[in-house]
Design a protein around this ligand. Structure first.
Ligand code: SF4
Ligand code: SF4
Ligand code: SF4
Length: 367
């Protein structure tokens, strides 16, 4: 039944896109960069009482912006942060978005999901709550998040969500602080019947940040070793590489993805970006219309974004390293590359999946 629904949704989007190729299907929004946790790798962890709260978009502003997104054809909305539940108007924004017909997802660390909050989500259900779980023991949870007693609180929230039938998934970020609990986390996820979803490729840091992803992240060798140890992840890579073709050199644009096509991202202060990661290209939706930003200004900015000389321009392997202009800028690298971390990640993934050095060298000039 749910597969059928997904297929129907995909078909609907395909049909709608035939009529409007810039349909902003999926909108994402950071409601706040404040958070109740202090994860060391994090780029959006302002204190709960940070003065930046005064500059966050209000309910009335989100009402106008999301209304305009729906007018442009938006179907889905993902709310994230920081911890989105800290926004003083969170519930009003959620109910308003549901009443506008948007399918809602929320990214949360779940520490604020008490019985009353879970009852709210049971009454106004999400399509999915995506819960980040950072450790399998209290000690590591504290080391990772800077807060004590959080594992018990998060587990209580997960039990409540399960009891009340609120749809949720679990995911984690693996860093130097919790990687030793890889197996224990996998078991914890399976206790809730959830797929073990994890990420270990931390991005650079936003200017609003405070954490230090580069100091916390694993080495490329450790990331690839984990990918090998996780049968599901290993098969995903195998599937991805089965029909792999070398990427053509970049000529007119540095983008190999569909950036700026799927839907806009909004930061807490009203800046619209072409994707969640692309901090340096933005349009002020607080003072301008969504239509103008999405359909005119951002496409113009992306079209004018230059191809910067560097090894990434002619590299045949971007699928293996997943380096892109947005991550380059966040990591403080040239848009043309290289990023030593990502190059090594790509090389080790190729090795792990039987793509020989000779083949790589023959396809990548200057490799
Ligand atoms: S990683 Fe998530 S939970 Fe941790 S500080 Fe950042 S926003 Fe908060
Ligand atoms: S993060 Fe990079 S690959 Fe992803 S949509 Fe943005 S520009 Fe494209
Ligand atoms: S970072 Fe390295 S592996 Fe990735 S595209 Fe650039 S040159 Fe290729």
């Amino acid at each position: 039944m749910s597969d059928r629904r997904c297929a129907d949704f995909g078909e609907l989007v395909t049909i709608l896109r035939e009529q409007d190729e810039r349909l902003p299907v999926a909108v994402t929004a950071d409601l706040t960069y404040r958070c109740n946790f202090r994860c060391a790798h994090c780029f959006c962890r302002l204190p709960e009482n940070a003065p930046q709260a005064q500059q966050e978009l209000t309910f009335a502003e989100w009402d106008r912006i999301l209304g305009e997104c729906v007018d442009e054809g938006a179907l889905c909305l993902t709310l994230t942060g920081g911890e989105a539940l800290l926004h003083p108007d969170f519930r009003r924004i959620w109910v308003m978005a549901k009443r506008r017909g948007l399918l809602l997802e929320l990214f949360t660390n779940a520490a604020l999901l008490d019985s009353e909050e879970v009852s709210f989500f049971a009454e106004w259900p999400p399509r999915l709550l995506s819960v980040s779980v950072y450790a399998a023991t209290e000690e590591t949870y504290r080391y990772f998040t800077g807060r004590s007693g959080m594992l018990a609180r998060v587990r209580s929230a997960l039990d409540l969500l399960a009891e009340r039938g609120v749809a949720f998934e679990l995911k984690t970020v693996l860093t130097r602080r919790n990687v030793h609990e890889f197996e224990a986390l996998r078991q914890l996820f399976s206790q809730y019947g959830k797929t073990f979803r994890w990420d270990a490729e931390l991005l650079g840091t936003y200017s609003t940040g405070g954490g230090n992803p580069a100091a916390e992240r694993l080495t490329p060798a450790e990331v690839v070793a984990l990918e090998q140890a996780d049968a599901v992840r290993y098969r995903e890579w195998q599937r991805l590489l089965r029909d792999w073709e070398p990427a053509p050199p970049l000529v007119q644009t540095p983008f190999r993805c569909g950036v700026g096509m799927g839907g806009p991202h909004f930061d807490p202060y009203g800046r619209m970006r072409p994707c969640m990661v692309f901090e340096s290209l933005s349009y002020d939706a607080r003072t301008g219309s969504v239509r103008q930003g999405w359909r005119e200004v951002l496409p113009r900015m992306l079209a004018a974004f230059p191809v910067v000389p560097g090894p990434c321009v002619s590299c045949a392997w971007p699928q293996l390293c997943r380096f892109c202009p947005a991550t380059a800028l966040l990591a403080g690298c040239s848009v043309g590359g290289p990023s030593p971390f990502h190059c090594e990640l790509g090389r080790l993934r190729a090795q792990a999946h039987g793509i020989s050095e000779e083949r790589r060298a023959s396809l990548t000039p200057g490799y």
